[in-house]
Design a protein around this ligand. Structure first.
Ligand code: PLP
Length: 287
């Protein structure tokens, strides 16, 4: 079946879908995006992703191209046209098309909106979670506004590539003080020696992961203590457990950090339980 993409008001075959070479997303990474998991044709954690999308647009002073209701309808139609039951939706909004010049175009062009949907083989993803993955630490050399979900992801892509070349799945980014900020496309967590779940606080230069936010609540409800306190790579190596979260990975256990095996090298009980609880909640609340 051929894939269909939504581009600026039209549903078009994926291969023919295109935007202008003068699009500011292409020229300046002047664009934001969201990635939603889809369960049974419905969006997971929709409220959190939309809230962050509106915030990202507002931080860049891009006017919303349509209402949330309209955007939800377009996403739903894209999911339907692609016959996606379990998969993912990618949505990107750029400032629009204008003659190449750094300042914002005046008057503001209509934002460019692109939406795609694809099936994901979640059985394979669950099998990956059963084994756990390796991470590689890299210096965090990104800009200072990682709280905005922009498509300016070159440092993230370079870090991820370095990880993959080292046989690791994800890169953990480390700030100048030696603390882990987050992964290249995920948030980073450990269960420390005291059994406390730790992840970086949102005053740090990180993306406010929607999965991260929801998992904090889920963990607390399940009686797992949570502390938003930074940790180092050394602490992570000697942690009881480690994992990453994102809409693309859910809760994915980390069993190796810079070649050092975490605990006994198998996904731990807290990570496994939180993955199951997260998926149960996300599927029940999908809209
Ligand atoms: N951190 C970064 C840098 C990301 O790119 C992402 C997801 O794309 C996340 C964290 C996880 O965010 P979420 O849970 O909202 O998918």
């Amino acid at each position: 079946m051929s894939r269909i993409a939504y581009v600026n008001g039209r549903y078009v075959p994926h291969r023919q879908a295109a935007v202008s070479i003068d699009d500011r997303g292409f020229q300046f990474a002047d664009a934001v995006y969201e990635y939603f998991a889809v369960f049974g044709g419905k969006l997971a954690d929709a409220a959190g992703h939309f809230e962050r999308l509106w915030r990202s647009l507002s931080e860049l002073r891009i006017d919303p191209p349509m209402s949330e209701t309209a955007l939800k309808a377009v996403i739903a139609q894209t999911v339907r046209l692609n016959k996606v039951r379990d998969g993912a939706v990618y949505l990107q909004i750029s400032r629009g098309v204008a003659k190449r010049d750094h300042p914002f175009p005046n008057p503001a062009p209509h934002p460019t909106v692109v939406i795609t949907a694809k099936p994901v083989n979640y059985a394979a993803e669950h099998a990956k979670a059963e084994k756990g993955v390796a991470v590689l630490s890299r210096p965090d050399n990104r800009w200072g506004r990682c709280d905005i979900k922009t498509v300016g992801l070159l440092p993230n892509a370079l870090a991820k590539q370095a990880a993959r070349e080292a046989g690791a799945y994800e890169a953990w980014l480390v700030d100048e003080l030696g603390f882990v900020t987050e992964g290249s496309s995920t948030n980073a967590w450990i269960v420390d020696a005291e059994g406390v779940l730790r992840t970086r606080d949102t005053n740090a230069n990180i993306l406010r992961g929607v999965t991260r936010r929801n998992l904090i609540d889920i963990a607390q409800e399940a009686g797992v203590p949570v502390s938003q306190r930074p940790f180092t790579i050394e602490e992570a190596k000697s942690a009881r457990e480690a994992f990453i979260t994102a809409a693309s990975t859910f809760v994915l256990p980390v069993v190796k950090i810079d070649g050092a095996v975490v605990a006994d090298g198998a996904p731990g009980p807290v990570s496994r339980r939180l993955r199951a609880l997260y998926l149960e909640n996300a599927k029940a609340d999908a809209v």
